[in-house]
Ligand binder design. Structure first.
Ligand code: FAD
Length: 632
């Protein structure tokens, strides 16, 4: 059985998403080139260095922030009470923490991406809920789209208020739409007097929504006819939460991040003035996606910092805990986990500071790197917390309050795990990051030979396009077979061999993408596991390159060379095993069979395996009803 054909609804959703894609590549992209077999280390090396003045500004704030956190933020109590104290929010506002990313001319601190992410990273080592309050406000909340797309008047009107601590939130998700926001139900209709819009709908999981003064809300505005075809329009608005008709219906509670103020918000005939429309009618989904793309560097920095905190706990415990006559860290099974955690934390750090630094320098397009940073750092941080729980044994599962009550070190590993899990889901799930990166990886090929990926292409369309593409590929393909890396990476000591591997692997990857296109043609879009393997290879190559340039950067700054090089070397060895495995299984796998088993499962043919009403599972009321219905 093959993956399902697309329905019309799916095609429509794809059309809207495609129309909202950023299609221009005005600046070079390291990862974009990597997927074409063009390994441009020069785009990420030398590793970007933070300027002295910028660093000093960051240091001064970080010192204040650190004091504030340790004196005022009780992460355990926030987690236990599932409440965030208002006075702590007021303290953060007074500190300027809600204006870090807002330009100085509007009353903010005008931080660089590096300084902002340093602050987020510091908070992430202390309290996940605090990270959410501060970052939902300025990584994706109203300041970010206003900075990117607001008019001068809009910036003047709202940014000073936002910098002073008027909390804001980002409202895209709805009960019926998550990863596919194109199909949202919230509407905005022009008001009869022409002075504004009337907003109706429901937005789910708005982080900060319980206490926000301002929201950026994406809503469907009336469709427009473009090129003879009716096109859905999604438009972004700034909404004051004290407007009549805005109501927090429910505060959502979660497994972790228990101190966040996340809300289900309803809009009933809410009047929104014309001046509150941001960027332009029909540009709302694009605004939301660009906001998420540019805001996407915060989570990777937070995850890397969380991993650093976990390394400390792992090292202390692996040395302290003795079982079978040895510190547990000296048993090989635990030792290899420690090495993995340390080297992968190093890679996360490299990615976080490389992307932040490149973002400040503004010379490269970071869309793909940012998505890879989100994907890699959240996945790795989750694996690290899982390993840490295992290393702590029973104590990893025990709450810190319970540990403290019986006189042990209250390391909050259980809370870190609960807080960490959401990172693989919000601001675009790992699956969606894979699909986004894959879409961009095949884009240059689509532009040249996209017609072969069109299911309904006629022979008349195919032949000339294939001839044109054929001429290009006939010249391009042989260049992928010519080694280019030999002797080029001498400056990198023992890491040079990994760069040579990366250079070769990027050409092999470009060939693999081309093979996948010609092999699967229009079906490639639905071959998600193949696409995911391609993306995972690219992501590991990016992570290797980042780790190596970071190691060299640290070495030049006088950090113990051997140590930084060892961590990068270990990471590269692990990444190369994954890369080889992904190449090996790219076209030789049982994906189709897995799909077939899953479809049988979805139909319910394996219900006996769930033990429904027979034995083994206590039946839920719904299952009992279902069974009774099937009997009558
Ligand atoms: C704590 C928290 C805070 C949040 N904060 C905000 C916020 O401030 N503002 C906001 O607008 N939203 C927010 N969200 C929503 C969040 O961004 C969504 O949960 C996320 O985008 C995924 O949507 P979903 O949960 O509806 O999952 P779905 O889209 O229903 O997906 C379910 C699963 O299916 C997978 N999937 C979906 N489509 C595909 C596909 N085409 N191919 C393969 N797999 C697929 C997903 O990856 C996922 O694993 C928040 C959510 C939480 C839990």
């Amino acid at each position: 059985m093959k993956p399902e054909q697309k329905t019309r609804g799916a095609e429509e959703a794809m059309e809207v998403a495609e129309a909202s894609r950023e299609t221009e590549w005005e600046k070079p992209s390291f990862v974009g080139d990597l997927f074409l077999g063009n390994y441009r280390l020069d785009l990420i090396h030398p590793f970007p260095e933070q300027g002295v003045d910028d660093k000093n500004a960051g240091d001064a704030f970080l010192a204040k922030l650190e004091r504030f956190l340790s004196e005022n933020v009780d992460a355990e109590k926030i987690d236990r009470d599932a409440e965030y104290p208002q006075e702590v929010l007021e303290g953060l506002k007074a500190l300027g923490a809600f204006g870090m990313k807002i330009p100085v001319e509007y009353g903010g601190m005008g931080f660089s991406a590096v300084n902002y992410n340093r602050a987020i990273a510091l908070i992430a080592t202390w309290c996940g809920s605090t990270v959410a309050w501060v970052s939902a406000h300025q990584s994706i909340g109203v300041p970010q789209p206003l900075k990117l797309f607001g008019t001068a008047e809009q910036k003047k009107k709202w940014l000073p208020r936002l910098a002073a601590g008027a909390i804001s939130a980002f409202a895209l998700t709805e009960p019926g739409v998550g990863s596919d926001p194109a199909k949202m139900k919230t509407t905005a209709r022009p008001s009869p007097d022409g002075k504004g819009w009337i907003l109706n709908g429901l937005k789910l999981w708005c982080t900060n929504g319980t206490r926000a003064e301002l929201l950026v809300v994406m809503a469907q505005t009336p469709p427009k006819v473009v090129g003879g075809k009716e096109k859905k329009q999604i438009t972004a608005f700034v909404v004051e939460t004290n407007s009549p008709g805005v109501k927090v219906e429910h505060r959502c509670q979660f497994m972790g991040l228990r101190g966040i103020g996340n809300a289900l918000i309803s809009f009933k005939d809410v009047f929104v003035p014309n001046e509150n429309l941001v960027w332009g009618e029909g540009l709302g989904l694009k605004l939301a996606l660009i906001t998420l793309n540019t805001g996407r560097l915060t989570i990777p920095a937070g995850c890397a910092a969380g991993s650093r905190r976990m390394l400390q706990i792992a090292r202390d415990w692996a040395n302290e805990r003795v079982q079978w006559g040895l510190p547990i860290g000296k048993h090989e099974a635990i030792a290899v986990e420690l090495a993995w955690m340390a080297s992968h934390t190093f890679a996360q750090e490299a990615i976080a500071w490389l992307t932040s630094g490149l973002s400040d320098a503004g010379k490269v397009d970071l869309r793909l790197e940012a998505a890879m940073a989100k994907l890699f750092n959240t996945e790795v941080a989750w694996q690290i917390v899982d390993k840490l729980v295992q290393i702590r044994g029973g104590r990893g599962y025990e709450t810190s309050a319970s540990l403290e009550a019986r006189g042990e070190k209250p390391w909050p590993v259980e809370r870190i795990m609960r807080d960490m899990r959401i990172n693989r889901i919000f601001e675009g799930t790992s699956e969606i990051q894979h699909l986004f990166i894959a879409r961009e990886a095949v884009d240059p090929h689509m532009k040249r030979a996209g017609i072969i990926l069109k299911p309904d292409a006629t022979l008349g369309e195919l032949l000339p396009a294939l001839t044109r593409a054929g001429l290009h590929y006939a010249a391009w393909y042989p260049t992928l077979l010519i080694p280019k890396g030999r002797g080029k990476f001498g400056d990198f000591g023992k890491l040079g061999k990994h760069l040579r591997f990366a250079e070769r692997a990027s050409r092999r990857l470009a060939r693999a993408i081309f093979h996948a296109m010609t092999r699967f043609q229009a079906k490639l879009e639905r071959k998600q596991r193949t696409l995911f393997r391609i993306v995972d290879i690219g992501t590991d190559l990016f992570a290797m390159s980042a780790a190596i340039t970071y190691a060299q950067h640290l070495a030049k700054k006088g950090v113990d060379t051997a140590n930084a090089y060892d961590l990068a070397d270990h990471f590269c060895r692990e990444a190369r095993l994954r890369i080889e495995n992904n190449f090996r299984t790219l076209f030789h796998n049982h994906d189709d069979y897995s799909y077939q088993v899953a479809m049988t499962f979805m139909k319910g043919d394996f219900q006996w395996a769930e033990g429904m009403l027979v034995e083994g599972i206590v039946p839920t009321p719904e299952k009992i009803e279902e069974a009774i219905r099937s009997m009558v």
